[in-house]
Write a protein that binds this ligand. Structure first.
Ligand SMILES: Nc1ncnc2c1ncn2[C@@H]1O[C@H](COP(=O)(O)OP(=O)(O)OP(=O)(O)O)[C@@H](O)[C@H]1O
Ligand SMILES: [Mg+2]
Length: 453
């Protein structure tokens, strides 16, 4: 079958003639003499192309075409015009008709035009599906990333979101730990229940206990009425304990007991209450050292760390830096009413070589500032802050004494390896010899850095 055609013409004999001819040419067709009923037929019948006359009582062919373009972008429109009324054909094309044929109709030509319209529709559909697929691969919930470390993170998140296990989200400041927590909640069975975030660092130690567990009436001087705590507010849903490393030692035992027994006792109350809440925690601090130093209870650490999700630093995400820069640019440009379309190659190079100690948050701020400053349609190097403009990797590694400029060892290693590779013209065997690594190790490291070996 070539495709399904809806014929619309106020001349019934014309409809019948076209239907007969199109059937012989293997098109499936139906017809109507009223443009209003054409719209109804479109809702109840699968149609690839509408073939419509222009001059009709009621809704004209151009108006019909306009409505189909607006409401049914999946259907192509071909119009039939009287010989010589060229302007009306142009008008129809202007509102989105795919093509036109002139009366008296040459049936061979009509069949060709319809065939092309059907094929055009199918192609458009395919392109749409493909670009949705690409869009889907680039993001997980609100998080963007095509680099290998991010794709691995997305895989892990997809696997664990639906479990009930406690998750500890680790990663440097600004890497997106909060987005990870939200993504896990939204993909879990608890998604229709609340996600309650608690910033453990923002609350004074003395308040945290009653905030979390609630308190009974008269529990302390200010407690004129009983109050439900955040754990109960999250009932059926998820509690997100952000900056768990700051959780006061004195309250850790109480939290542990509550999590183990899934029951809690509000401050000043003698009654326990059951609760059903999934726990997600985040920290940018090394919680293991906190445990070793006695600042964090080991038993609580194991309880909240059933699954660990490590969010990679921005500098380990390869060209995601550019993807994110473009994403933020598109978000900020309209806000400052500027038509900034992209970034120059020189800016891209600077963004790729900078170490991003403040990670995605820092990148976001840099782009916001650059968009506000720029006088160009493409961000230029002058729009970047000085520390990024003048960032020189070797100087940083060798002779900076400023703690704010110093970078992690792993970062020094990555840059040095890339520098050696560049110096030997990308010859892996030579690079491995200079670095004192075997080739497999070099390949493994390059894969970690998301550089295609
Ligand atoms: N992959 C990503 N795609 C898009 N935006 C991101 C991504 N990662 C982070 N962001 C954005 O970067 C900013 C910082 O993210 P977030 O607050 O989640 O970081 P964090 O790890 O919780 O930081 P901190 O440790 O300082 O609390 C937010 O504005 C967030 O929307
Ligand atoms: Mg955070």
């Amino acid at each position: 079958m070539q495709g399904r055609v809806l014929i619309v013409d106020d001349d019934r004999s014309m409809c019948e003639l076209l239907e007969t001819d199109l059937r012989l040419r293997d098109f499936d067709s139906l017809w109507t003499t009223s443009s209003t009923s054409a719209l109804e037929l479109l809702q109840s019948h699968p149609v690839d192309v509408v073939l419509t006359d222009l001059r009709m009582p009621g809704l004209s062919g151009t108006e019909l075409c306009e409505r189909i373009v607006a409401n049914r972008p999946d259907v192509a429109v071909v119009v039939m015009t009287a010989f010589g009324s060229f302007e009306s054909a142009v008008a129809a094309m202007r509102v989105g008709a795919y093509d036109f044929v002139t009366k008296p109709i040459e049936l061979d030509l009509l069949a060709l035009v319809l065939q092309r319209a059907v094929r055009h529709r199918a192609l458009q559909e395919k392109v749409k599906l493909l670009s949705q697929e690409v869009e889907g691969l680039k993001r997980f919930d609100e998080m963007l990333g095509t680099s290998r470390p991010m794709q691995e993170l997305f895989d892990q998140l997809a696997r664990i979101a639906d479990s009930e296990a406690a998750v500890l989200i680790t990663g440097e400041s600004g890497t997106g730990k909060e987005l990870v927590a939200r993504a896990i909640h939204r993909r879990s069975r608890r998604q229709s229940q609340p996600l309650v975030p608690v910033n453990c660092a923002a609350l004074p130690d003395a308040l945290l206990e009653s905030e979390l567990f609630g308190h009974a009436k008269g529990a302390f001087t200010d407690a004129r009425a009983a109050r439900k705590g955040l754990l109960l507010e999250a009932e059926g849903g998820t509690l997100f304990l952000d900056e768990i490393g700051e959780f006061p030692l004195v309250t850790q035992a109480k939290l542990l007991r509550a999590l183990e027994e899934q029951r809690l006792r509000p401050v000043g109350s003698d009654r326990e209450q059951p609760f059903d809440v999934r726990i997600l925690c985040a920290t940018n601090r090394d919680l293991e050292s906190a445990v070793e130093e006695g600042r964090f209870r080991e038993d609580l650490y194991f309880r909240i760390n059933v699954i660990q999700v490590d969010v990679p630093p921005l500098r380990a995400r390869g060209t995601d830096v550019l993807l994110l820069a473009q994403h933020f640019l598109q978000a900020f440009a309209p806000r400052s009413r500027k038509e900034v379309l992209g970034i120059s190659d020189a800016v891209a190079e600077k963004l790729l070589s900078y170490a991003w100690p403040g990670n995605v948050r820092e990148l976001r701020n840099v782009i916001e500032r650059a968009v506000a400053l720029t006088r160009y349609q493409q961000l230029a190097v002058d729009d970047l802050p000085e520390k990024i403009r003048n960032y020189r990797q070797s100087r940083m590694v060798i002779d900076s004494g400023d703690p704010a400029e110093l970078v992690p060892l792993e970062d020094v290693e990555r840059r040095y390896i890339l520098q050696v590779l560049e110096a030997v013209g990308d010859n892996k065997a030579n690079a491995a010899r200079i670095l004192g690594l075997d080739r497999k190790t070099l390949y493994r490291k390059l894969r970690q850095y998301d550089q295609n070996p």
